[in-house]
Design a protein around this ligand. Structure first.
Ligand SMILES: Nc1nc2c(c(=O)[nH]1)N[C@H]1C(S)=C(S)[C@@H](COP(=O)(O)O)O[C@H]1N2
Ligand SMILES: [Mo]
Length: 302
């Protein structure tokens, strides 16, 4: 598996003490951290406190603390409720404003697109975050295959809604779970189709067998257990935006300057850490995605 080295650490030069440094070397491989830091920078003890390293969140935490409302509204119960989720056979239909609509079997998704490891931060709008080593590939590879027409302006991702398997569907929400991206956002290399985690197939609670991951947006944009992908011309109705439009914008880019009525957005609790850490604009992926929002008022279009 190819490692996507650029995205594994925060953009600013990280200061790591020797122990952390060696620990991170094991995760990220040699060269990465050195390349990210200007030569000769010797951080002061003060910087040591404020610049924090991103360490991988343990597999155990990623698989026992989940938001997946189709199974349960209680994060700690999702894994149990999803234990017997049937993900084979599975197919994903890609249709709408495309030249080549196609239905891909899960095995074809695994065979036709080279899978690589991608370590990204995941920031939930509720104010917690993780660092997750996903396995997957850029969604743009699927767009290349289906060739959107010129009218295609947005992409809609739809999750499975199967009452027989998903007890959470009895909750009164506008099922199925649907999320959307503008087409240029969807083409960004960081918009990832995920099939695995920690080098293994995705467990049900994390969105098996195939999900989206949009690391610069709040976690709810990253739809799990996807069965349909539709290219459309108009901005689609999306799950959380239609439930509470004042709380959840269509864009939902991670932004410490746009407050939420119920949660702090300028800091976050990294699962496994005691102190809160600052939340970064676009979740730290500003260099990769800021061009998408040039000239936009990010407070108005939140
Ligand atoms: N279909 C579906 N996708 C979903 C959700 C959901 O409830 N249903 N929750 C979202 C939210 S709020 C978050 S934070 C992430 C959590 O992903 P994880 O459990 O793999 O960490 O999944 C997102 N995708
Ligand atoms: Mo979330």
């Amino acid at each position: 598996m190819k490692k996507n080295l650029n995205d594994q650490i925060t953009p600013e030069c990280l200061y790591l003490n020797r122990r952390q440094f060696l620990k991170n070397m094991a995760i990220f491989g040699t060269g990465t951290l050195l390349a990210a830091c200007a030569p000769g920078v010797s951080p002061t003890p003060e910087e040591e406190k404020i610049i924090l390293a991103d360490e991988l969140t343990p597999y155990e935490s990623i698989t026992t603390y989940n938001n997946f409302y189709e199974f349960s509204l209680t994060k700690e119960l999702v894994a149990k409720e999803a234990k017997d989720f049937k993900t084979d056979p599975w197919q994903v239909e890609i249709f709408g404003l495309v030249k080549n609509p196609i239905t891909l079997q899960m095995q074809e998704i695994l065979d036709q697109f080279p899978q690589e490891e991608r370590v990204y931060r995941l920031r939930c709008v509720e104010g917690w975050s993780m660092v997750i080593p996903w396995v997957g590939f850029s969604f743009s590879k699927i767009l290349d295959l289906v060739e959107p027409t010129e009218e295609a302006q947005f992409v809609v991702f739809e999750s499975l809604a199967d009452e027989k398997q998903m007890p959470g569907l009895t909750a009164n929400f506008p099922w199925p779970f649907r999320e959307g991206l503008r087409i240029d956002e969807a083409k960004n290399e960081l918009a990832t189709i995920v099939t695995g985690m920690y080098g293994k197939p995705l467990p049900p609670q994390d969105g098996a067998p195939v999900r989206l991951v949009v690391p610069w947006k709040y976690g709810f944009k990253s739809a799990k257990s996807i069965i349909k992908i539709e290219l459309v011309s108009e901005r689609p109705k999306t799950f959380w935006n239609s439930i509470a439009p004042r709380e959840y914008g269509f864009y939902s880019n991670v932004n410490p300057d746009v407050p939420h009525p119920r949660w702090f957005q300028d800091t976050e609790r990294r699962i496994g850490e005691l102190q809160r850490r600052p939340t970064l604009l676009f979740n730290g992926y500003e260099e990769d995605v800021a061009y998408l929002y040039e000239g936009m008022d990010l407070r108005a279009s939140f």
